[in-house]
Design a protein around this ligand. Structure first.
Ligand SMILES: [Fe+2]
Length: 152
């Protein structure tokens, strides 16, 4: 399994979200590199951290009256449900099940970050009085556009 690496391109321009996501990525890297005898404890800690992060994100959505709160909350609940489903297996020593869950979690996180969390970041920015997309997102979109143009 490859070690997850955080990139500044994953930043959404909202410091609270970015620092939580960066710390979460560090936890993903830590558990991915951990030996089997430490995996179970780290797996429980990771789920607990994710629960706190999701709760904070959902409180933020409530504060700004974010219109997509329900669908975003549903996505959080689905991934937590999947992880909780794996817990008994990890407790029984089936570490490979836990490692597969972590790999899927990493894929899910990247998708969630670039879809739902991105939409939330734009809403937070607008709620803060910005008159457009956050600069980091514009820079990223511009860079992707330039890369697409150079491929054609
Ligand atoms: Fe989220």
């Amino acid at each position: 399994m490859s070690i997850p690496v955080w990139s500044s391109q994953m930043e959404l321009g909202i410091p609270d979200l970015d620092s939580a996501h960066k710390a979460f990525f560090a936890e993903l890297a830590h558990i991915t590199a951990a030996p089997d005898d430490q995996f179970g404890a780290l797996f429980f800690l990771l789920i607990a951290k994710l629960e706190r992060d999701f709760e904070e994100e959902e409180e933020l959505m409530e504060r700004i009256d974010f219109p997509a709160l329900n669908s975003h909350r549903e996505q959080h609940a689905r991934i937590l449900s999947g992880l909780h489903h794996v817990v008994p297996h990890v407790m029984n020593g089936e570490i490979e099940s836990g490692r597969q869950a972590i790999e899927l979690l990493q894929e899910w996180f990247l998708f969630h970050l670039t879809t739902m969390d991105l939409a939330l970041a734009v809403a937070v920015d607008l709620d803060n009085g910005a008159d457009g997309l956050p600069e980091s997102i514009v820079a990223q979109a511009t860079q992707e556009h330039v890369q697409d143009q150079s491929r054609n």
